[in-house]
Design a protein around this ligand. Structure first.
Ligand SMILES: [Zn+2]
Length: 152
């Protein structure tokens, strides 16, 4: 099975096999304790080069698992899922998430406002979180700078 983990892929690319992976607490299949089980070379979409991902073996049910980073946008330290949580949190509560530095969250929010206006226009009736999802569906990165080309 593949176990998604929240890691910094850019650090992983720099450190290679020296990257300190956090071991998942239990086997997702049987709940047993996991052993490290070597590496596997992978080509994540967000990086130009191949990187080593760790594998795990469950000695109880004999299954082999692979760690995989949650999806990331290029040059972003936080995963897409984390950014989505921040935007949803701001939309629903009107405040920033306590888990991440505020300037970063504010920057994402402002960029999303600009990008939404530029790409979706004033006629878009949904919330800012709706435009976040709409922009992703359209293949855009909703929180990068407006001048930046998405497919560059
Ligand atoms: Zn197991």
């Amino acid at each position: 099975m593949i176990i998604p983990v929240d890691i910094d892929v850019n650090q992983l690319a720099i450190l290679g096999k020296k990257y300190l992976w956090q071991k998942p607490s239990a086997c997702p299949r049987c709940g047993g304790h996991l052993w490290w089980h070597g590496f596997v070379l992978a080509y994540p979409a967000c990086l130009a080069e191949a990187v080593f991902f760790r594998r795990l073996l469950c000695p109880h049910c004999r299954s082999v698992h692979r760690l995989r980073p949650k999806s990331y946008w290029r040059r972003f330290q936080s995963s897409v899922a984390t950014i989505e949580q921040v935007i949803a949190h701001r939309q629903n509560n009107g405040r920033w998430s306590p888990d991440l530095p505020r300037p970063r969250q504010r920057q994402w929010w402002r960029r999303l406002q600009k990008k939404s206006l530029l790409c979706l226009g004033l006629s878009f009736v949904g919330s800012l979180f709706d435009s976040f999802l709409t922009l992703i569906e359209a293949g855009a990165i909703p929180v990068n700078s407006v001048m930046e080309c998405d497919d560059g």
